[in-house]
Design a binder for this molecule. Structure first.
Ligand code: ADP
Ligand code: MG
Length: 760
């Protein structure tokens, strides 16, 4: 670090300290309010007073100390837990709209109750976004008594609930729900024909639990609502056959991160002759080029049983972060079809896309966002840049005494695996519980096989169901437990030493607490830290150690970065670990570089979706005014306008994805696909308003102003009879980083074909 960086760092640290001291002072004031002598009725009356003050316009900041003191007493009475000082501090930061970093097991669930209560007394509704359905339910049930004692209602939304159940849950003062379900519900609302069919109120204040996962890792995921009526999927078999005849290096190459695939000159020749299509890079062949890229991508980059599995005749994608089957997830249309063709499955894609929103855009709809997680600091800059969220690190209630051992580094995978099994077997012999984090289903299977061979009994976490998973993870602290889990499985679940049994807990403490083993380091340091944080909760003893090999994907296949690891190390083929601190620093460096790259890719892709979101918001505002009857005056015109807004928006989305799929292949001349993309969709959007007016007046003429709903139905003025919602996994289409390569190749082809013409 140079001197300026050091000075900046120190200034920041001082600022943080100052902030924490401020929080501590307020927490002390809150603590001084002793409400123990009050009976429940008095607490309720005080809560009523705060509610009417808030509704009369008293700023919430002024009510904070009274409100928090009230919640502290209510929590003590109903749950037997009085929030610790650090929890109150976190609660203050959450109300300020900060991103709170607080270690695992410190009690974030309870801390969130204070700001949730405070922001709900205005009557405008608060959302707490949880990591999964199971936690939405658990937290609403667990914290419910506190809110209810204070006269507020609480609801939990689960996917699959009926409209009426959802309406009830969302009308509660505080609603626990996953971000995805809240988003799907938002999309359903956005195509509703009557307010009676909607579930959301205007968004107000949100607390995002496990915020890094949602706000960063998953932020870009587009949620989609589509018409159920599936149109015939495209026939990808022909392209799959072509792809199978192409060879790596000769016909196609990967980009440096192995995220994209490109045809070489020879590959382009071969494809052109197999398809008999002339110059593949002519504008009229764009669909062929897109299809062949998809087919190649599916064939060469997507690996069965690593990236996806095939079950019941369907592709099921594996979540890169959890290593488990990602429910309800698709690849972008062309790639999904190509993958189905590769596996010889009937295509299941199709159905008009009616609406889409990324989680990031969904969250931006809340006037105030706050969040909490155990792992924020490593991405503090990104939180600030994307959401203007400042990270506040709250110290633990009791100091963390977990021992984080330095990485154990091996030259080869096999040596690492052997060392892992030895370590697990010998620690297990003492009875100390061990939690092992692996990166994929495949890897956990390999490790499990080895453990079986040496007679270590274990649990593998491959539960498809959040509640089963939570139960296995929660028992991972029992004596003799060996739990092999994929990454981040069980986020949000508390691992108690001894599984909650006090006597056993003492014995586990004697053994050194829970021992965490990582079988490799992840792209994101945050994920490593999540795993570590499973041990050492609430001042418990514990330890963590990561095993790394130079043959691991992170260090080997990310060839753009592998120069960071000197090749002299790679040549060593030894069984013993390499004891080189410099090498450990390199690994940390590689992780930082990759995190930076991912950040950049996210930003780049956001530039594509931001403009579409702006357009959506413009139409949505009009639509909402019509839906709620603000304008126009007659019901038939309302219905007609809603119908055409939806119809033209769906057409626009189809156009956007068509343009987006092809834009990087098509716009070779100017090498600036983003500008081209913007220009085209702005033009297309500009025509929408006029079209709505035209179609509306034409239809109104036919309707001759009839306000009879059966007449509307007869003329087809209705929403889709059924819809489905899913998530698009666009992780695999990060082609944008290497646009220039494609463009250059295209130019070469053009010249070549032109010369070919001349000479013939
Ligand atoms: P986090 O979400 O921060 O990982 P949880 O909210 O799951 O933590 O809480 C972890 C554990 O701490 C739970 O078992 C909870 O009962 C306990 N806990 C939280 N706050 C308190 C408190 N103030 N007093 C006693 N126990 C608490
Ligand atoms: Mg939690």
């Amino acid at each position: 670090m140079n001197m300026i960086a050091r000075l900046v760092q120190r200034a920041k640290e001082r600022e943080v300290l100052h902030k924490l001291n401020g929080y501590r002072d307020i927490a002390a004031t809150i603590n001084k309010q002793d409400l123990r002598a009050w009976n429940d009725e008095q607490l309720k009356a005080e809560s009523l007073r705060l509610q009417s003050e808030a509704k009369a316009g008293t700023p919430l900041d002024k009510l904070l100390t009274d409100a928090y003191a009230l919640v502290c007493e209510a929590a003590q009475r109903t749950l037997g837990m009085r929030p610790f000082e650090v929890q109150v501090m976190a609660a203050i930061a959450l109300h300020e709209g900060k991103l709170v970093e607080m270690q695992t097991g410190e009690g974030k669930t309870l801390a969130a109750v204070m700001p949730a209560y405070l922001n709900a007394i205005t009557g405008k509704g608060v959302h707490v976004l949880t990591f999964n359905d199971y936690l939405a339910n658990r937290d609403a049930e667990w914290m419910g008594p506190v809110y209810r004692l204070l006269g507020l209602s609480v609801g939990a939304v689960q996917s699959g609930m009926s409209l009426a159940e959802k309406q009830q849950a969302y009308s509660a003062d505080i609603t626990y729900v996953t971000a995805k379900e809240a988003g799907f519900d938002y999309l359903r609302d956005s195509i509703a024909m009557t307010t009676g069919d909607t579930v959301h109120r205007a968004f107000h204040y949100v607390i995002v639990d496990e915020a890094d996962s949602l706000l960063l890792d998953e932020a870009r995921i587009p949620l989609v609502i589509a018409d159920e009526a599936a149109t015939a999927g495209q026939d990808g078999t022909r392209f799959a056959d072509v792809a199978k005849q192409l060879h790596l290096d000769e016909h196609f190459i990967f980009d440096e991160f192995k995220r994209n695939v490109f045809l070489t000159e020879a590959g382009s020749d071969k494809v052109e002759s197999l398809l008999n299509c002339g110059n593949l890079y002519e504008a009229h062949n764009v669909h062929l080029l897109t299809s062949i890229h998809c087919a190649l991508h599916a064939d060469a980059l997507l690996q069965r049983d690593i990236d996806y599995i095939v079950r019941d005749g369907r592709i099921e994608l594996i979540d890169e972060y959890t290593g488990r089957v990602a429910e309800n997830r698709h690849l972008p249309e062309g790639l999904q079809a190509a993958l189905e063709a590769k596996e010889g499955l009937a295509s299941k894609v199709g159905g008009t896309i009616l609406g889409t929103i990324t989680l990031q855009h969904l969250l931006r709809l809340y006037p105030t966002i706050s969040g909490m997680t155990a792992t924020a600091q490593a991405s503090a800059d990104e939180f600030d840049y994307v959401y203007s969220l400042q990270v506040v690190r709250i110290p633990p209630n009791r100091p963390c005494i977990r021992i984080d051992h330095p990485h154990q580094i091996y030259t080869r995978k096999e040596a690492k695996l052997r060392a892992l099994v030895d370590e697990i077997a010998s620690v297990h012999a003492t009875g100390r519980p061990i939690l092992i984090g692996t990166s994929s289903v495949q890897e956990s299977d390999i490790l499990a096989d080895r453990l079986r061979e040496v007679g270590v009994s274990y649990h593998v976490l491959n539960a498809k169901n959040d509640s089963e998973e939570a139960e296995i993870i929660a028992r991972a602290g029992e004596i003799g437990a060996v739990t092999v889990s994929t990454n981040m499985a069980g986020r949000g679940v508390d691992i108690r030493l001894g599984g909650g049994d006090a006597k056993q807990a003492d014995a586990v403490v004697e053994l050194g607490g829970l021992y965490i083993i990582g079988t490799l380091v992840n792209e994101s340091v945050r994920i490593d830290n999540q795993l570590r944080g499973r041990a050492g909760r609430q001042g418990d003893p514990g330890a963590s150690r990561f095993f790394v090999s130079l043959e691991d994907d992170l260090l080997l296949h990310r060839s753009g970065i592998d120069q960071a690891i000197p090749s002299s190390y790679r040549k060593l083929r030894q069984d013993e670990p390499l004891d080189k601190p410099a090498l450990r620093n390199k690994i940390g460096h590689v992780q930082r570089v990759i995190m930076g790259q991912n950040f950049q890719i996210r930003q780049e892709l956001n530039r594509y979706s931001d403009m579409v979101e702006e357009q959506r918001l413009i139409l949505y505002k009009d639509r909402l005014a019509i839906l709620t009857g603000e304008m126009p005056m007659s019901p038939s015109e309302q219905r007609v306008r809603l119908f055409y807004i939806d119809k033209l928006w769906a057409e626009h989305l189809a156009y956007v994805s068509y343009i987006r799929e092809g834009i990087h292949l098509e716009s070779l001349a100017d090498l600036n696909p983003i500008d081209e993309f913007h220009a085209r969709i702005i033009k297309a959007f500009g025509r929408i308003q006029a079209k709505i007016e035209k179609e509306t007046s034409r239809m109104l003429e036919r309707l001759s102003d009839s306000n009879d709903p059966s007449e509307w139905e007869r003329l087809g003025l209705k929403g889709p009879s059924s819809t489905r919602t899913y998530i698009i996994n666009d992780h695999y289409t990060q082609r944008l980083t290497s646009l220039v390569e494609v463009a250059v190749l295209k130019m070469v082809r053009k010249v070549k074909h032109a010369i070919g013409h001349e000479s013939s």
